[in-house]
Design a protein around this ligand. Structure first.
Ligand code: HEM
Length: 500
């Protein structure tokens, strides 16, 4: 997209539905700040239907998980309805999710999707993974931050606590990340000397758990041998039990439909191990736990369950999905990208110790991180419920939304919006470089807000947004300080050539 088309999209009011003057949106969010729907666009009835009771939802569910898969599911319906906004059903559904309403309005272009960030017109109470919510027993009967709407006072308390933790831990964050990367890549090298291919997923997750636990909760896994050994696998099971009914694995049909997507898993399957993590944070993360209570007015239980959710679901879960796709992008590249990245790292930071500041000077490294997030957003689905009746705009039409209706955005589709991104299906390493590239950051939505926005108590943008992109950039810089080249996929490394 050239700069004039960026300007054109902006003037088309890409972000709809301006909050009223009483809203507390900050100026740094202006690009995501919705504006009134353009009156020049035609009003259109939302196409699509929910089908017959039970049959409509089950048919959509089978398409989503089995016959089409998520990508084709959304693409086919855009073609059928000739609209990026339409009615459909999203799993989980019948037979054992009777209390879950699968009816949604899909919003699948940058303009309609951005309504999900406008807290004046939508609410996010219990909508993290749609109308389905895993039992609060997974988090000790506490409704944690990600399930709270901005209108609930507890949201501001916990969100500010999360933002504060990150600010305070920024020095520990870098030290812990770098020392755990040393351990990870030493392990990979040792294994590579004995085998042609090394699966890195579990070593990577162990590295993530150790570094994130220390940085986010202040608790050092080394102090508890059981947690040091199995903290990351406990989190894997805890995460899987909560989200399996909504996730497409696409390997075991029809067993997947029968056993993974038909009922919610009970929390007691992980209760004992979760309690061990709770005790670990209570004991070893004492300072952080006291801070939540004294500075943010949270109870001890609220503090620990929220710390565990931020650690396990948000941070560990997010990075466990994102980093393999980033490593795959770089390690499987055959276009000369590695050489360009290595040159930039050598030129700008050499062999000096990495810091967030030094990483900010790596324009290409950061662009590769952004482009990977664009094509493979780690949290593909976002939901929000209409707080009141309002008009929602796509690029070509305006639609009436009624209070209580659930909006559903599928980012892998939205981030390929051809009206915003040139050649949207192609990975372009340099896409986010230069002035044109930084303009495009306003439309990069992986964090539940634009990359140019800031997380705050009055929005639902990811609290760790900047830490995620800087950490990923630091990992890329670390790799090219250590290696001339690296070969592998999203699950294994097959060769490394040491830096000269
Ligand atoms: C690759 C890693 C990560 C990804 C992909 C990611 C993505 C997201 C997304 C999409 C949301 C919004 C969910 C929704 O409401 O629909 C979110 C929320 C959140 N994230 Fe992240 N995140 C990551 C890492 C982190 C880290 C490292 C932290 C903090 C240490 C963090 C803290 C949070 C919190 C507290 C929320 C809830 C915000 C609120 O309720 O206002 N995340 N994240």
């Amino acid at each position: 997209m050239n700069s004039s088309s960026v300007a054109m999209i902006k003037s088309m009011s890409i972000s709809p539905g301006m909050p009223s003057s009483s809203s507390s949106f900050s100026s740094s969010q202006s690009l995501s700040t919705p504006s009134p729907p353009s009156t020049s666009l035609p009003l259109r009835t939302i196409p699509g239907s929910y089908g017959w009771p039970l049959l409509g939802p089950i048919s959509d569910r089978l398409d989503y998980f089995w016959f089409q898969g998520p990508e084709t599911f959304f693409k086919k319906r855009i073609e059928k309805h000739k609209s990026t906004v339409f009615r459909t059903n999203m799993p989980p559904t019948w037979p054992f999710f009777l209390g879950v309403n699968p009816n949604v309005i899909a919003v699948l272009d940058c303009k309609s999707f951005s309504h999900l960030f406008d807290m004046e017109v939508v609410e996010k109470k219990n909508t993290l993974i749609g109308d389905f919510m895993p039992s609060v027993k997974f988090t000790g009967d506490t409704r944690v931050c990600a399930y709270l709407d901005t209108s609930e006072p507890l949201h501001a308390q916990v969100k500010n606590f999360a933002i504060d933790i990150l600010k305070r831990s920024s020095k520990v964050w870098v030290t812990e990340l770098l020392s755990n990367l040393d351990i990870l890549f030493d392990t990979i090298e040792t294994k590579l000397s004995q085998s042609d291919s090394v699966s890195y997923l579990f070593p990577l997750q162990k590295c993530l758990f150790d570094f994130l636990s220390k940085s986010i909760t202040g608790a050092d896994p080394k102090m508890d041998p059981h947690i040091a050994e199995s903290g990351h696998t406990i989190l894997d099971r805890w995460l899987a039990l909560q989200i399996l009914p909504t996730v497409s694995i696409r390997v075991l049909q029809p067993l997947e439909e029968i056993f993974l997507h038909s009922f919610a898993y009970p929390s007691f399957l992980i209760g004992g191990d979760y309690k061990k993590l709770y005790k670990f944070v209570e004991k070893e993360g004492k300072e952080m736990v006291e801070r939540g209570q004294t500075e943010y007015g949270l109870s001890k239980e609220e503090t620990i369950h929220n710390l565990l959710f931020v650690l396990g679901f948000n941070a560990f879960g997010g990075f466990s999905v994102f980093l393999p796709s980033l490593i795959n992008t770089i390690a499987s590249d055959k276009t000369g990208l590695q050489q360009k990245l290595r040159n930039e790292v050598k030129e700008k930071v050499g062999s000096s110790r990495l810091s967030f500041d030094s990483v900010k000077s790596l324009e290409l490294v950061q662009s590769v991180v952004y482009e990977t997030l664009r094509l493979n957003p780690p949290v593909p689905l976002q939901y929000a419920r209409a707080r009141r009746d309002f008009q929602l705009s796509s690029h070509d039409s305006v639609f009436e939304i009624k209070k209580g209706e659930l909006l559903c955005g599928y980012q892998p589709q939205v981030m390929r919006d051809p009206k915003v991104f040139d050649d949207p299906e192609t990975f372009k390493a340099e896409r986010f470089t230069g002035e044109k590239g930084s303009d495009l950051l306003s439309y990069l939505y992986w964090s539940n807000g634009p990359q140019t926005g800031s997380p705050a108590e009055f929005n639902k943008q990811c609290a760790g947004k900047d830490y995620v992109t800087l950490t990923a950039s630091m990992i890329v810089a670390y790799v090219f300080q250590r290696y001339e080249s690296i070969t592998g996929t999203s699950s294994s490394i097959t060769a490394v050539e040491k830096a000269k």
